[in-house]
Design a protein. Structure first.
Length: 509
């Protein structure tokens, strides 16, 4: 189905999954890449063995010194070339993302656009790695802080954004002077291989050595090699809270740094002052986009009692219009879940909703018949629930939307919204300035992202992306997230002929 695209991206359907740049090798287990679109095998990848991993680290150790010595704007130039290449390959890579991961082609293109955007952003930042100048308390002294690269950045990514999250991390890590080692999800290895090829070709054309960007593939065990490895000062990991906790503990034990972007349980508050047309569009896209498999997907809709029945009715109507099927066919709003395990998790969640006293308003189910042979297509669900149910507290990576009623003023809705362990994205639909400002205030939303009259998903790369509490506290992509990829050094220079001590201490010999 995507033979031509694979050819354009330089991917063989039987391929090695370890690379230090242009060199490809691997001696581990076999990973099969299945498309959830039609259940067909796309390719077979040999995963990394411990021996392969050690080789990658050896090459990385040499490359990191060379790369760190290249001036930051010149490193930015490499990232600029990456952005240009991605512009050229956007339709091809977008299609592979759609076919291997199952999101709609539009969303596949959107994901590649995020890669392009972060490259542009990083190029600009490569000339703005500013530190502060500080006035010394001693005469004839100069003080400043400066940022240096950390060395090696390990990147662990999830299947749901199989290319963009690598780009957010790599573009910034690279301009900051780090080299990168990426372990993608074993569910989307070909997307990763495509990205590695694209960057490796650019590095080669610029006569840069092996090891500036490396790829390792495999299961959680391969991830553990990275997290336990003190040669990798920063691990940036995206995935479930359960996975993030493991990563955090292992990296903390060696006092390394982590950047964690974990689960969300994102809500939209709909107040009596909401624009209902915008609310319905924002909610439906947030809940069924990427088949509910974004960490920013809308999971809860917290609606004021005065408009509850109206919103419920409109949503049920909107869900009837949804077309589910091949994500490469632009008529369809929603494609499949990533695999049949994800389907099982969705079915278990539906059973739990009923067991725990929730009421299903829009029925779920697994689609069968022509076009649905992969067994990964499900229907999106709306359930009427109370916020405190155990199942509502969990992040189920599927198109299940919980409808929750609130009464009283906006503070009650905010309390419900904050009353989960996760803290990634949140939104309020209101045309009332007071409600919006209360939501954004210090005692308002406790999430890393808080939007007004926008849904919970689809953040722009220019803002720092991430969240609080069980979401892990990390920030990626825009704003000053680049600082996470660098170490800060404070420098004090004495240009006098005496040696005054700080704090006025006298120490005469
Ligand atoms: C994710 O699901 O891990 O805000 C990332 C969004 C996208 C990124 C989601 N820009 O929905």
């Amino acid at each position: 189905m995507i033979k031509n695209e694979l050819r354009t991206l330089g991917i063989d359907t039987v391929t090695d999954g370890t690379s230090t740049g242009c060199k490809w090798f691997a001696s581990g287990e076999q990973i099969i890449s299945f498309s959830p679109v039609d259940g067909k095998t796309i390719g077979q990848v040999t995963a990394s063995s411990r021996k392969d991993y050690n080789k990658v680290l050896e090459v990385a150790e040499t490359a990191k010194k060379i790369w760190a010595d290249i001036p930051a704007p010149k490193r930015g130039e490499i990232v600029r070339q990456l952005g240009d290449k991605l512009r050229e390959l956007k339709p091809v890579l977008g299609k592979l993302v759609s076919y291997e991961m199952g999101k709609s082609y539009q969303e596949g293109l959107g994901e590649v656009q995020e890669m392009i955007d972060i490259c542009d952003f990083a190029v600009g930042i490569s000339r703005q790695l500013y530190g502060n100048t500080i006035h010394s308390e001693r005469p004839g002294h100069r003080m400043y802080d400066q940022y240096h690269p950390l060395g090696i950045v390990g990147i662990i990514t999830a299947f749901n954004f199989p290319v963009a999250v690598w780009a957010w991390n790599s573009a910034l890590a690279l301009i900051c002077g780090n080299i990168v080692i990426w372990k993608p999800s074993e569910k989307t290895p070909l997307c990763a291989i495509a990205c590695q090829h694209i960057l490796a070709d650019i590095l080669k054309a610029n006569k840069l050595p092996e090891g500036i960007s490396s790829l390792i593939t495999g299961d959680a065990e391969v991830g553990r090699w990275m997290t336990a490895d003190s040669r990798i000062p920063l691990i940036s990991a995206t995935g479930s809270t359960r996975m993030g906790r493991q990563v955090a503990m292992t990296v903390a034990e060696r006092l390394g740094k982590t950047l964690l972007e974990l689960g969300g349980n994102n809500a939209i508050i709909v107040t009596p002052n909401a624009d209902l047309k915008m609310t319905i569009i924002g909610t439906v896209f947030g809940a069924v986009g990427t088949a509910g498999q974004r960490c920013t997907s809308t999971r809860r809709l917290i609606v004021h009692e005065s408009i509850y029945d109206q919103v419920r009715k409109s949503l049920i109507e909107a869900y009837k219009q949804l077309k589910i099927g091949d994500p490469l066919d632009t008529q369809h709003h929603m494609g499949p879940l990533i695999d049949t395990d994800a389907v099982q998790i969705y079915l278990n969640a539906l059973a739990k909703i009923e067991e725990q006293g929730g009421k299903i308003l829009v029925e779920g189910g697994v689609l069968e018949g022509a076009g649905y042979e992969s067994g990964c297509y499900v229907t999106p669900v709306i359930a009427e629930v109370e916020n405190h149910l155990d199942i509502v507290q969990e992040e189920t990576f599927a198109p299940i939307l919980y409808l929750i009623k609130y009464s009283g003023d906006v503070h009650h809705a905010i309390d419900l919204q904050n009353n989960v362990s996760q803290g990634l994205s949140s939104a309020i639909m209101t045309t009332n300035l007071r409600e919006a400002e209360v939501f954004l205030s210090q005692n308002g939303s406790d999430c890393g992202i808080a939007n007004v009259n926008i849904g919970t998903s689809g953040a722009e790369i220019g803002g720092a992306f991430g969240g609080e509490k069980d979401t892990g506290g990390g920030r990626e992509s825009g704003s000053d997230a680049w600082k996470v990829y660098m170490r800060r050094q404070t420098n004090t220079i004495n240009y006098t002929t005496s040696l005054p001590l700080a704090q006025g201490i006298k120490f005469d010999l």
